[in-house]
Design a protein around this ligand. Structure first.
Ligand SMILES: Cc1ncc(COP(=O)(O)O)c(C=O)c1O
Length: 444
């Protein structure tokens, strides 16, 4: 069935099923409803009560352990001692906002900017990917004097009101406003020349936004297209689109919230894999290994232009403890050589999934780079099979593996474990996936 799925509905627990699980679990679910209320999302047909994490593993209240193949935030591994220690020491010493001088933030930003193209020479710290994308939208609109934004039709960029409007996959009803042009991204896979097709789409988007009277300020994409279903290839396919944008006075925002900090196994940033030079880069999630820290990098002139019109201050963004967490993350990425590790183990994992595909016709495709892979499940006619995907996710949970779904039709298994995932975990996952495919296929 080819129903469009909102990203936030994927693998969601249905609160109509309050009878799920044992009595203590039911009590917690009831408490969730009576405190957080209708927006209280939970995962799985039977929600999980996690009490501890260590490396790639999560442990429940009743002592079960689960392999985490879902979480991109604790990218170094759950409860990483170096990050925990750095935050603890800093919190005991000082934790304040950025309106006092402090060397830590300068050292950190210098180090991070050195990993980005030289034209991106300033960086502002925020707390979340959403805040970063919100600020990025303001930068590009102020710079170009235009309102329109081009995104992919399965995109998710965050939760502020401005950013929700450029996140088609967040809409349960209705659609993004008229100043948003959506590229029909699922068509990319059928294109003989994806780069030329994507550039044409961008050109069409600019024309359309001009006709609608908004003009085009920017193309905003997640450079691994996670919510679209994980598309890393072909390498460089975004280049002609970015050239067209620049030729027509529009900017390119690389949303690195998902691929950033080494996940693709090629480089620290997803856009570098494509050989791009963005005008604005946004980042977050793994940046603090769970401590809320995020950022926006751009040319000084873009920040200066916005700053002439409106001030920007973020109470918690770049606080001394946030910088301590973020610094520890860069240290560990280097010390544990996690980019190289993601490339090697991600390669093993992809190979294993491709092997599985040869004996499982329901695996329609295996895509991705490093430790960010997508696996499509399809029905006998080759159509997206979201029901089967949900069944596999819940079967994997029964077999001790946590994983999520992605893609416009909700039929992509999103394989995105912490970067410390090793060969043993890969073997465990492949074995459990094979078992889950068998179980979930039994009734189909
Ligand atoms: C590509 C992308 N950008 C931005 C965000 C928003 O980040 P946050 O939830 O930290 O606000 C997300 C969150 O899932 C994301 O996947």
């Amino acid at each position: 069935m080819k129903d469009v799925r909102t990203i936030l509905d994927q693998n969601a627990f249905s609160f109509e099923r309050l009878d799920a699980g044992d009595a203590p679990l039911r009590t917690l679910v009831q408490q969730r409803l009576s405190t957080v209320g209708p927006m209280a999302m939970l995962f799985y047909e039977q929600p999980l009560h996690i009490v501890r994490g260590q490396g790639c593993w999560l442990y429940t209240a009743d002592g079960e352990r689960y392999l985490d193949v879902y979480n991109n935030v604790p990218a170094l591994g759950h409860a990483h001692p170096k990050v925990a220690e750095a935050v603890y020491q800093q919190m005991r010493m000082l934790n304040v906002h950025t309106r006092y001088l402090h060397e830590g933030i300068h050292r950190y930003i210098e180090r991070l900017l050195a990993t980005l193209p030289a034209s991106l020479d300033r960086l502002v710290m925020t707390c979340t990917g959403s805040e970063s994308n919100d600020l990025a939208l303001r930068l590009v609109r102020q710079w170009t004097g235009k309102q329109g934004i081009i995104v992919t039709d399965g995109a998710y960029h965050g939760n502020t009101s401005a950013v929700t409007e450029v996140s088609p996959s967040a809409y349960k009803r209705g659609a993004p406003p008229d100043y948003v042009y959506q590229i029909p991204f699922t068509e990319l896979a059928q294109q003989a020349d994806p780069a030329a097709w994507f550039a044409q789409q961008v050109e069409r988007g600019i024309d359309e936004l001009e006709q609608r009277g908004y003009g085009c300020a920017a193309l905003l994409v997640d450079t691994i297209f996670s919510s679209d279903g994980v598309f890393a290839d072909p390498v460089g396919f975004l280049q002609p689109a970015v050239q067209r944008l620049h030729a027509r006075g529009a900017l390119f925002i690389a949303d690195e919230v998902q691929p950033g900090f080494g996940r693709t196994g090629d480089a620290l940033w997803g856009f570098l894999r494509h050989g791009l030079e963005p005008d604005v880069v946004t980042m977050g999630k793994p940046m603090g290994n769970g401590f809320p820290v995020a950022a926006v990098a751009a040319r000084e002139e873009l920040f200066a232009r916005l700053n002439r019109e409106v001030g920007y201050f973020n109470t918690f963004g770049g606080s001394t403890a946030a910088v301590a967490a973020a610094t520890a993350v860069l240290d560990v990425l280097e010390q544990e050589q996690l980019i190289e590790h993601a490339r090697r183990v991600g390669g093993e994992l992809k190979h294993g999934l491709q092997q599985l595909q040869t004996t499982h016709p329901e695996i329609g495709a295996v895509r991705g780079a490093g430790l960010f892979l997508g696996l499509d499940l399809v029905d006998a006619g080759g159509e997206p099979d979201a029901a089967r995907t949900t069944a596999v996710i819940n079967a994997l949970r029964q077999h001790g593996v946590l994983i999520g779904a992605a893609g416009k039709f909700g039929n992509t298994l999103k394989i995105r474990p912490p970067l410390c995932f090793g060969s043993d975990e890969t073997a465990f996952f492949l074995q459990r996936l094979e078992r889950a495919l068998g179980v979930s296929g039994a009734g189909h």
